[in-house]
Design a protein around this ligand. Structure first.
Ligand SMILES: Nc1ncnc2c1ncn2[C@@H]1O[C@H](COP(=O)(O)OP(=O)(O)OP(=O)(O)O)[C@@H](O)[C@H]1O
Length: 278
């Protein structure tokens, strides 16, 4: 009987949408709208991208999903994360969701990592808090998490500080910490923009592999259409805080309906062509 019930619970959780966003808006304290009426959903294992030029509201939208908006900004509408309402929730009700249900990897790993704390402790933190691991089990889980993101010599990296390793390695450590507790959703906000071009491709391959192997849902935030078309199946195009177009990426690239999307596609192609000429 209890076996049946636990099986039912697993099935129900696999079917619950990971994320359901309805009419999400973000405004300044004096009411200036920065994000307006954004809606979308993410099914288990689905990969969606938010694209748009700088300042279009991609980051504020992604911060609002886990209640991480900058001080003073106000979110309204509805964000159901694994069935839990994020808008208006108390901070102490959101903490258990971050890292456990949804994790964010940011553009600049230096801001995600504490320069005064050994990297191993930073990967250990979510494993201790969410999974209650201690002692040897915790040490092993930290080394496994570092090895899984392709870091050589995980023991050395665990003892190092963030300023002692390269930018690409730092982003791998940030990914290890974000994914240590096997969240259902990864929010990746321009995760390779701050990295050298040679390292970018490796980090994208790593994210692709982890998302596929674990059947995670992915919200991939980027201004770079080439990267987006590799990482996601569907995209929302944001402009000045509003969704102007959405659909499968192949269709957005071949038949953009909005002039703004067409412009994004055109500048991406121009950049590609310029690189080929060189
Ligand atoms: N704390 C804040 N207070 C007031 N306005 C803000 C704040 N943070 C962001 N904004 C404004 O909100 C708009 C959307 O910003 P957001 O960072 O979401 O854009 P973005 O599309 O992620 O751009 P980028 O790719 O440059 O990060 C911008 O006009 C930005 O100036």
């Amino acid at each position: 009987m209890s076996g049946d019930r636990s099986q039912e619970a697993t099935v129900a959780s696999a079917q619950t949408p990971v994320l359901e966003v309805r009419g999400l808006s973000v405004a300044t304290p004096d009411g200036v709208p920065l994000v307006h009426d954004v809606s979308f959903g993410l099914a288990p294992g689905e990969r969606l991208s938010l694209i748009g030029e700088s300042g279009s509201g991609k980051s504020l939208t992604s911060f609002a999903l886990t209640g991480l908006l900058p001080e003073g900004l106000v979110a309204s509408g509805s964000v159901l994360l694994d069935g839990v309402q994020v808008i208006g929730a108390r901070e102490r009700d959101l903490v258990p969701l971050r890292g456990r249900v949804a994790s964010t990897v940011f553009q600049e790993p230096l801001t995600a990592l504490d320069p005064l704390m050994r990297l191993g402790r930073q990967v250990a933190e979510p494993l201790r808090r969410h999974l209650g691991l201690r002692g040897d089990a915790l040490r092993r889980a930290v080394l496994d998490a570092l090895a899984e993101v392709g870091l050589p010599e995980p023991e050395r990296i665990a003892r190092a500080y963030s300023w002692e390793i390269s930018g690409g390695q730092r982003q791998r450590v940030a990914i290890a910490a974000a994914l240590a507790c096997r969240p259902r959703l990864l929010i990746a906000d321009e995760p390779t923009t701050a990295l050298d071009v040679t390292v970018q491709a490796d980090v994208l391959s790593l994210l692709e592999r982890l998302v596929a192997d674990r059947g995670m849902s992915l919200l991939f935030v980027s201004h770079d259409l080439a990267v987006v078309s590799r990482m996601a199946q569907r995209a929302l195009v944001l402009r000045a805080g509003r969704v102007v177009e959405e659909g499968p990426i192949a269709r957005l690239l071949s038949e953009p309906r909005e002039p703004y999307t067409a412009e994004l596609v055109r500048s991406a192609r121009e950049l590609d062509a310029a690189l080929e000429v060189r």
